[in-house]
Design a protein around this ligand. Structure first.
Ligand code: DX5
Ligand code: ZN
Length: 226
């Protein structure tokens, strides 16, 4: 099944979505871990891509994304590019089964052509801002993207503490976004703060350690969903 043909929950579901981030999965058993997160109620899988340059860590690339796609062909894959040159990775991730591709406002001088190229490759497009980046930095991108994502940790690792002050950006963004656009939040999201995230206007909640590290993943996802 092609990414374009797969049902895109970011577009077709109006309800709140919870995306397990596979960064905290057991990589030695990645296919089983992805299936477990979906069976526990995950609406899509979040794939964190780090280049060791935009962020000081390396994670996974198109080969791993393609392996996840083969293991769970029905899963919708949301790929978060924490890379210096996102345009270079559009085609490889489209071929690897990504359905949504997100890139950082801090990485590109003009988000419009990057978002257009993502859409031309058959995916939906998202812009991401780091905790210290003001909401205004992505206003110029809003006409060109399907989602905006607030980072609530400094990107690079799973398991960091939630930075609550980023939620102040939610209402300002929501006021400028269309009802069909999604406001996502990523980093340190857990049952302890998900109500605050929802109250700030976030309708896609991403979590790695609070889901993969929980003894009962279904209960963790249900608690995050609220
Ligand atoms: C951070 C990644 C996040 C990360 C979240 O750089 O973008 O998606 O996996 O991990 P937790 O939920 O453990 O903070
Ligand atoms: Zn992420």
């Amino acid at each position: 099944m092609t990414a374009a043909a797969r049902r895109n929950p970011l577009v077709h579901d109006r309800r709140l979505l919870v995306e397990p981030s596979i960064l905290s999965a057991d990589f030695a058993r990645l296919g089983e871990e992805c299936a477990s997160a979906l069976a526990a109620g995950g609406d899509a899988l979040h794939v964190d891509v780090m280049d060791g340059h935009f962020v000081p860590n390396l994670s996974m690339g198109p080969v791993v994304c393609a392996a996840v796609h083969r293991a769970c062909p029905e899963a919708f894959l949301d790929v978060h590019l924490m890379v210096t040159d996102p345009a270079r990775w559009i085609e490889p991730f489209a071929k690897a089964g990504a359905g949504h591709l997100q890139f950082h406002a801090e990485a590109v001088p003009d988000p419009a052509p990057v978002a257009a190229a993502i859409r031309a490759a058959g995916m939906t497009a998202g812009i991401v801002i780091n905790p210290d980046t003001p909401a205004e930095a992505c206003f110029c991108a809003l006409a060109h993207v399907d989602t905006v994502m607030l980072m609530s940790v400094h990107p690079g690792h799973a398991g960091q503490s939630f930075i609550g002050r980023v939620l102040a950006k939610g209402p300002a963004l929501r006021a400028r976004m269309s009802p069909g656009q999604r406001l996502m939040i990523d980093g340190g999201v857990s049952p302890a703060n998900s109500a605050e995230c929802r109250a700030a206007g976030c309708d896609v909640l991403i979590s790695a350690s609070a889901i993969f590290g929980a003894p009962d993943r279904a209960a963790a996802i249900a608690a995050i969903r609220g």
